[in-house]
Design a protein around this ligand. Structure first.
Ligand code: GSH
Length: 222
Protein backbone atom coordinates (compact mmCIF):
# COMPACT_ATOMS: atom_id res chain seq x y z
CA UNK A 1 0.00 0.00 0.00
CA UNK A 2 1.22 3.48 -0.92
CA UNK A 3 0.05 6.58 0.96
CA UNK A 4 -0.08 9.48 -1.51
CA UNK A 5 -0.02 13.04 -0.16
CA UNK A 6 -1.29 15.26 -2.92
CA UNK A 7 -3.60 17.97 -4.23
CA UNK A 8 -5.36 18.65 -7.56
CA UNK A 9 -2.32 20.09 -9.37
CA UNK A 10 -0.09 18.90 -12.27
CA UNK A 11 2.72 17.76 -9.95
CA UNK A 12 0.23 15.75 -7.90
CA UNK A 13 -1.42 14.27 -11.00
CA UNK A 14 1.92 12.87 -12.22
CA UNK A 15 1.88 10.47 -9.29
CA UNK A 16 -1.79 9.50 -9.42
CA UNK A 17 -1.34 8.74 -13.15
CA UNK A 18 1.79 6.64 -12.41
CA UNK A 19 0.08 4.69 -9.60
CA UNK A 20 -2.88 4.00 -11.89
CA UNK A 21 -0.62 2.95 -14.79
CA UNK A 22 1.41 0.66 -12.53
CA UNK A 23 -1.64 -0.91 -10.89
CA UNK A 24 -0.36 -0.18 -7.38
CA UNK A 25 -2.72 0.01 -4.44
CA UNK A 26 -2.81 3.51 -2.95
CA UNK A 27 -4.65 5.77 -0.51
CA UNK A 28 -5.09 9.45 -1.32
CA UNK A 29 -4.46 12.07 1.37
CA UNK A 30 -5.56 15.38 -0.05
CA UNK A 31 -3.83 18.39 1.46
CA UNK A 32 -5.82 21.58 1.87
CA UNK A 33 -3.76 24.53 0.58
CA UNK A 34 -6.40 26.99 1.84
CA UNK A 35 -5.40 26.13 5.42
CA UNK A 36 -1.71 25.74 4.55
CA UNK A 37 -1.80 22.07 5.55
CA UNK A 38 1.32 21.47 3.44
CA UNK A 39 3.34 23.71 5.78
CA UNK A 40 2.23 22.10 9.06
CA UNK A 41 4.74 20.12 11.14
CA UNK A 42 2.95 16.79 10.45
CA UNK A 43 3.55 17.18 6.71
CA UNK A 44 6.98 18.84 7.01
CA UNK A 45 8.01 15.62 8.80
CA UNK A 46 7.18 13.81 5.52
CA UNK A 47 8.42 16.43 3.04
CA UNK A 48 10.83 19.01 4.50
CA UNK A 49 10.05 21.20 1.44
CA UNK A 50 6.38 21.53 2.46
CA UNK A 51 5.02 20.79 -1.02
CA UNK A 52 3.04 18.03 -2.65
CA UNK A 53 3.45 15.31 -3.85
CA UNK A 54 5.01 12.88 -1.39
CA UNK A 55 4.49 9.16 -0.80
CA UNK A 56 5.03 6.65 1.98
CA UNK A 57 5.55 3.06 0.86
CA UNK A 58 3.98 0.93 3.60
CA UNK A 59 5.42 -2.21 1.98
CA UNK A 60 8.99 -0.94 2.23
CA UNK A 61 9.46 -0.07 5.91
CA UNK A 62 7.39 3.13 5.55
CA UNK A 63 9.96 4.57 3.16
CA UNK A 64 9.19 8.22 2.34
CA UNK A 65 9.83 9.83 -1.07
CA UNK A 66 9.25 13.47 -1.99
CA UNK A 67 9.87 15.42 -5.27
CA UNK A 68 7.68 14.17 -8.10
CA UNK A 69 10.61 13.13 -10.35
CA UNK A 70 12.16 11.09 -7.54
CA UNK A 71 8.79 9.49 -6.78
CA UNK A 72 8.35 8.48 -10.44
CA UNK A 73 11.83 6.92 -10.51
CA UNK A 74 11.17 5.10 -7.22
CA UNK A 75 7.84 3.69 -8.42
CA UNK A 76 9.28 2.70 -11.82
CA UNK A 77 12.15 0.86 -10.12
CA UNK A 78 9.79 -0.77 -7.61
CA UNK A 79 7.51 -2.14 -10.35
CA UNK A 80 9.95 -2.50 -13.25
CA UNK A 81 7.50 -0.49 -15.40
CA UNK A 82 7.84 2.59 -17.64
CA UNK A 83 11.65 2.81 -17.23
CA UNK A 84 13.70 0.50 -19.48
CA UNK A 85 16.55 -1.52 -17.97
CA UNK A 86 18.88 -1.11 -20.97
CA UNK A 87 21.34 1.65 -19.89
CA UNK A 88 21.10 3.95 -22.95
CA UNK A 89 17.32 3.76 -23.14
CA UNK A 90 17.12 4.30 -19.40
CA UNK A 91 19.35 7.36 -19.68
CA UNK A 92 17.13 8.80 -22.43
CA UNK A 93 14.08 8.50 -20.16
CA UNK A 94 15.95 10.18 -17.31
CA UNK A 95 17.07 12.99 -19.66
CA UNK A 96 13.47 13.80 -20.63
CA UNK A 97 12.34 13.44 -17.03
CA UNK A 98 14.98 16.01 -15.97
CA UNK A 99 13.92 18.23 -18.89
CA UNK A 100 10.42 18.25 -17.41
CA UNK A 101 11.55 18.72 -13.81
CA UNK A 102 13.97 21.56 -14.49
CA UNK A 103 12.29 23.16 -17.53
CA UNK A 104 8.66 22.50 -18.40
CA UNK A 105 7.36 22.40 -14.79
CA UNK A 106 9.18 25.45 -13.38
CA UNK A 107 8.69 27.62 -16.50
CA UNK A 108 4.99 26.82 -16.85
CA UNK A 109 4.62 27.25 -13.08
CA UNK A 110 6.10 30.75 -13.28
CA UNK A 111 4.03 31.54 -16.41
CA UNK A 112 0.92 30.65 -14.37
CA UNK A 113 2.05 32.80 -11.45
CA UNK A 114 2.73 35.92 -13.52
CA UNK A 115 -0.04 35.46 -16.10
CA UNK A 116 -2.81 34.38 -13.73
CA UNK A 117 -2.14 34.99 -10.06
CA UNK A 118 0.35 37.74 -9.31
CA UNK A 119 -1.46 40.92 -8.14
CA UNK A 120 0.61 43.23 -10.40
CA UNK A 121 0.72 42.44 -14.11
CA UNK A 122 4.39 42.60 -15.15
CA UNK A 123 4.45 42.21 -18.96
CA UNK A 124 8.21 41.46 -19.11
CA UNK A 125 7.86 38.60 -16.61
CA UNK A 126 4.76 37.16 -18.30
CA UNK A 127 6.48 37.35 -21.67
CA UNK A 128 9.68 35.72 -20.42
CA UNK A 129 7.99 32.63 -18.98
CA UNK A 130 5.52 32.21 -21.81
CA UNK A 131 8.31 32.50 -24.40
CA UNK A 132 10.49 30.02 -22.55
CA UNK A 133 7.47 27.69 -22.25
CA UNK A 134 6.87 27.96 -25.99
CA UNK A 135 10.57 27.28 -26.68
CA UNK A 136 10.42 24.10 -24.57
CA UNK A 137 7.23 23.06 -26.37
CA UNK A 138 9.06 23.44 -29.70
CA UNK A 139 11.90 21.21 -28.44
CA UNK A 140 9.34 18.51 -27.56
CA UNK A 141 7.50 19.00 -30.85
CA UNK A 142 10.73 18.32 -32.77
CA UNK A 143 11.46 15.24 -30.66
CA UNK A 144 7.92 13.93 -31.18
CA UNK A 145 8.14 14.41 -34.96
CA UNK A 146 10.31 11.30 -35.16
CA UNK A 147 9.45 9.51 -31.91
CA UNK A 148 6.09 8.27 -30.70
CA UNK A 149 6.91 9.22 -27.11
CA UNK A 150 9.33 11.67 -25.50
CA UNK A 151 12.11 9.18 -24.89
CA UNK A 152 11.59 7.06 -28.02
CA UNK A 153 9.17 4.32 -28.95
CA UNK A 154 8.03 3.43 -25.42
CA UNK A 155 5.60 5.24 -23.10
CA UNK A 156 7.60 6.01 -19.94
CA UNK A 157 7.69 8.05 -16.73
CA UNK A 158 9.03 10.97 -18.84
CA UNK A 159 5.64 11.15 -20.62
CA UNK A 160 3.81 10.71 -17.31
CA UNK A 161 5.75 13.65 -15.81
CA UNK A 162 5.18 15.97 -18.77
CA UNK A 163 1.62 15.35 -19.94
CA UNK A 164 -0.22 16.86 -16.91
CA UNK A 165 1.70 20.12 -17.51
CA UNK A 166 1.48 20.43 -21.30
CA UNK A 167 -2.29 19.75 -21.22
CA UNK A 168 -2.85 23.01 -19.30
CA UNK A 169 -1.00 25.15 -21.91
CA UNK A 170 -4.03 27.42 -22.35
CA UNK A 171 -4.10 28.26 -18.64
CA UNK A 172 -0.39 29.19 -18.86
CA UNK A 173 -1.04 31.28 -21.99
CA UNK A 174 1.41 29.25 -24.10
CA UNK A 175 0.18 28.86 -27.64
CA UNK A 176 0.29 25.54 -29.43
CA UNK A 177 -0.03 26.93 -32.98
CA UNK A 178 1.78 24.70 -35.47
CA UNK A 179 2.95 22.18 -32.83
CA UNK A 180 1.19 19.27 -34.51
CA UNK A 181 3.43 16.50 -33.14
CA UNK A 182 3.10 17.72 -29.56
CA UNK A 183 -0.68 17.97 -30.06
CA UNK A 184 -0.76 14.40 -31.46
CA UNK A 185 1.07 13.16 -28.33
CA UNK A 186 -1.25 15.16 -26.00
CA UNK A 187 -4.33 13.68 -27.66
CA UNK A 188 -2.96 10.12 -27.66
CA UNK A 189 -2.14 10.17 -23.97
CA UNK A 190 -5.55 11.68 -23.16
CA UNK A 191 -7.07 8.37 -24.32
CA UNK A 192 -5.23 6.35 -21.67
CA UNK A 193 -7.59 5.35 -18.81
CA UNK A 194 -4.81 5.98 -16.23
CA UNK A 195 -4.31 9.54 -17.49
CA UNK A 196 -8.06 10.15 -17.38
CA UNK A 197 -8.32 8.82 -13.81
CA UNK A 198 -5.09 10.48 -12.66
CA UNK A 199 -6.19 14.03 -13.47
CA UNK A 200 -9.28 13.71 -11.28
CA UNK A 201 -7.38 12.11 -8.36
CA UNK A 202 -7.93 13.99 -6.15
CA UNK A 203 -10.96 15.65 -7.73
CA UNK A 204 -10.76 19.38 -8.48
CA UNK A 205 -11.65 21.59 -5.52
CA UNK A 206 -15.12 23.12 -5.86
CA UNK A 207 -14.69 26.90 -5.63
CA UNK A 208 -15.38 30.01 -7.64
CA UNK A 209 -12.66 31.35 -9.96
CA UNK A 210 -12.45 34.39 -7.70
CA UNK A 211 -11.91 32.30 -4.56
CA UNK A 212 -9.31 30.15 -6.32
CA UNK A 213 -7.43 33.24 -7.54
CA UNK A 214 -7.45 34.70 -4.00
CA UNK A 215 -6.06 31.51 -2.47
CA UNK A 216 -3.34 31.13 -5.06
CA UNK A 217 -2.41 34.80 -4.75
CA UNK A 218 -1.96 34.31 -1.01
CA UNK A 219 0.36 31.37 -1.73
CA UNK A 220 2.50 33.09 -4.39
CA UNK A 221 2.96 36.40 -2.58
CA UNK A 222 3.64 35.14 0.95
N1 GSH B 1 9.71 20.17 -7.51
C1 GSH B 1 8.54 19.80 -6.76
C2 GSH B 1 7.49 20.89 -6.88
C3 GSH B 1 6.30 20.62 -6.01
C4 GSH B 1 5.32 21.78 -6.02
O1 GSH B 1 5.63 22.89 -6.45
N2 GSH B 1 4.11 21.51 -5.53
C5 GSH B 1 3.09 22.56 -5.44
C6 GSH B 1 1.80 22.09 -6.10
S1 GSH B 1 2.03 21.73 -7.81
C7 GSH B 1 2.76 22.84 -3.97
O2 GSH B 1 2.82 21.97 -3.15
N3 GSH B 1 2.43 24.09 -3.67
C8 GSH B 1 2.05 24.50 -2.34
C9 GSH B 1 3.01 25.49 -1.75
O3 GSH B 1 3.92 25.96 -2.45
O4 GSH B 1 2.85 25.81 -0.56
C10 GSH B 1 8.02 18.44 -7.27
O5 GSH B 1 8.10 18.24 -8.48
O6 GSH B 1 7.56 17.62 -6.47
Amino acid sequence: MIDLYTAATPNGFKISIALEEMGLEYRVHKLDFSTNEQKQPEFIAINPNGRIPAIIDRDNEDFVVFESGAILLYLAEKTGKFLPAEPKKRSQVIQWLMFQMSGVGPMMGQANVFFRYFPEKIPAAIDRYQKEGRRLFEVMNTQLATNQYLAGDEYTIADIATWPWVRIHEWSGINMDGLTHLQRWLDELALRPACQKGIVTPPPVEMSDEERAKQIQKMVTK
